[in-house]
Design a protein around this ligand. Structure first.
Ligand code: KG4
Ligand code: ZN
Length: 337
C-alpha cells in the first residue's frame, strides 16, 4: 500500500510517499519539502495568511516531485493522509483541501493525521527505530509533553507544559536576544560561544514532584538579564545569556524525562519535535542514558522539524492497525487546536 502524506500546519509544505511493509515499519519512498522560513524572516515570525498562500503555491509541484522521485504516478496512491491539526487554520485547510480533492479525483480514501502523532512516530524512519513501549518527550514550537506510548494510538499523558512550550521559550528568548526567526537554531548557534553557567536562570518546576513544565518565567528572566546588560550588550554577554538559557531549558527537559522513565519503569525514550534537533539536549540525554542503561531514540535531524514523511508514516501505521480509519466521504475539516 502506498500512502501519500501532506503536511501544511505551519511554515513548511511537506509531501511524502511511504509504502507499507507486511509486519514491518513502512518504508519512505520519497519526500519533498519547502520551507517558508526565508519568506517569514522579514516579519520576525510566521504570518498566517502568507503561509496559507505559499502552501497553495508549493503543494502540487512538491507532489509531482515526490511522485517522480519514487517513480510512481498518482494512480499508485492508495490512501491520502494529511495533517488535520493542530496548526494554523488557513494553512491546514490548504493541505486538507488538496488531499481530499486529490483523493476524490482518484476514488481513494483519506486519513486526517494528528500533527503530534506524526512527530511522535518520526523516529521509526530512522536507522535506529524504537520499539514499543517507550516514554516520549515531544518538544515542538507549540507543545511540550511527556507521554507513555504503548502503541500507535495508545498514549498516556504523563505531564505537559502549563504555559509556554520549550520551542516557544527558545523562540521568545531568541527574540529578546535580538536573534531572528526561527529562534531555536539561532539561539543554539550563539550559545556555542557562551558559558552556560555565566548567568543564573530559573529552572521552573524542576522540583515540583510531577512531570509538568513551565517556561514562561524564563523569558522574563532573560528580559531582566538583558536589561541589566544595558542598551549595548557585548557579543560575549549575549552568547553567555544564550548558553545559560539553553542550559536552563535542557536541564528541565532532561531531568523530567529521566523522572518519567523512572516512574514508568521503561528504559526507552523517544525525543521528537523541532527542539529534538538541539545538540545540547541530545548530548545530555545521551550521556544520562548511557549512565543509566537507557536507550534514547531520535528522528533523523532532517525529520525533527515539520515534514510530510512523518504524516505519511503516521497515516500508514494507523492504517496497518485499523484499515477502517480511512474515510471515503471527502467531507474534510481541520482542527487548529
Ligand atoms: O516541530 P516543529 O518544527 O514545529 C512545531 O510543530 O511547532 O518545532 C519548531 C520549534 C521552534 O520553536 C524552533 O525554534 C525549535 O523547534 N527548534 C529548535 C532547534 N531547531 C528547531 N530549538 C532548539 N534548538 C534547535 N536546534
Ligand atoms: Zn511540528
Amino acid at each position: 500500500m502506498i500512502v501519500l502524506g501532506i503536511e501544511s500546519s505551519c511554515d513548511e509544505t511537506g509531501v511524502a510517499l511511504v509504502e507499507t511493509v507486511a509486519g514491518g515499519v513502512p518504508r519512505l519512498r520519497s519526500q519533498a519539502l519547502h520551507s517558508q522560513i526565508r519568506m517569514h524572516q522579514a516579519y520576525g515570525g510566521v504570518v498566517p495568511e502568507l503561509a496559507s498562500r505559499d502552501h497553495v503555491r508549493r503543494v502540487l509541484p512538491l507532489l509531482e516531485a515526490a511522485l517522480a522521485d519514487a517513480s510512481l504516478t498518482k494512480d499508485d496512491i492508495d490512501v491520502v493522509a494529511f495533517t488535520r491539526g493542530p496548526g494554523l487554520a488557513g494553512a491546514l485547510l490548504v493541505g486538507a483541501g488538496v488531499a481530499c480533492a486529490l483523493a476524490a479525483s482518484l476514488g481513494k480514501p483519506t486519513l486526517g493525521v494528528h500533527h503530534l502523532e506524526g512527530h511522535l512516530m518520526s523516529p521509526f524512519l530512522s536507522a535506529d527505530p524504537p520499539e514499543f513501549p517507550f516514554v516520549a518527550l515531544l518538544v515542538s514550537g507549540g507543545h511540550t509533553q511527556l507521554m507513555r506510548v504503548d502503541d500507535v494510538g495508545r498514549y498516556e499523558m504523563l505531564g505537559e507544559t502549563i504555559d509556554d512550550a520549550a520551542g516557544e521559550a527558545f523562540d521568545k528568548s531568541a527574540k529578546l536576544l535580538g536573534l531572528g526567526y526561527p529562534g531555536g537554531p539561532a539561539l543554539a548557534a550563539l550559545a556555542t560561544h557562551g558559558n552556560p553557567e555565566a548567568i543564573a536562570l530559573p529552572r521552573p518546576l524542576l522540583h515540583s514532584g510531577d512531570l509538568d513544565f513551565s517556561f514562561s518565567g524564563l523569558k522574563t528572566a532573560v528580559m531582566t538579564a538583558m536589561t541589566k546588560f544595558g542598551p549595548a550588550p557585548t557579543g560575549q554577554q549575549r552568547a553567555d545569556l544564550a548558553a545559560s538559557t539553553q542550559a536552563a531549558i535542557c536541564e528541565v527537559l532532561v531531568k523530567k524525562s529521566l523522572r518519567a522513565l523512572q516512574e514508568t519503569r521503561l528504559s526507552r525514550l523517544v525525543v521528537a519535535g523541532g527542539v529534538g534537533a538541539n545538540t545540547r539536549l541530545r548530548e545530555q540525554l545521551n550521556a544520562a542514558g548511557a549512565r543509566r542503561g537507557l536507550r534514547v531514540h531520535y528522528p533523523e535531524l532532517a525529520l525533527c522539524t515539520d515534514n510530510g514523511a512523518m504524516i505519511a508514516l503516521a497515516g500508514a501505521l494507523r492504517l496497518q492497525r485499523d484499515p477502517s480509519a480511512a474515510r471515503m466521504d471527502y467531507a474534510f475539516d481541520v482542527k487548529p487546536r
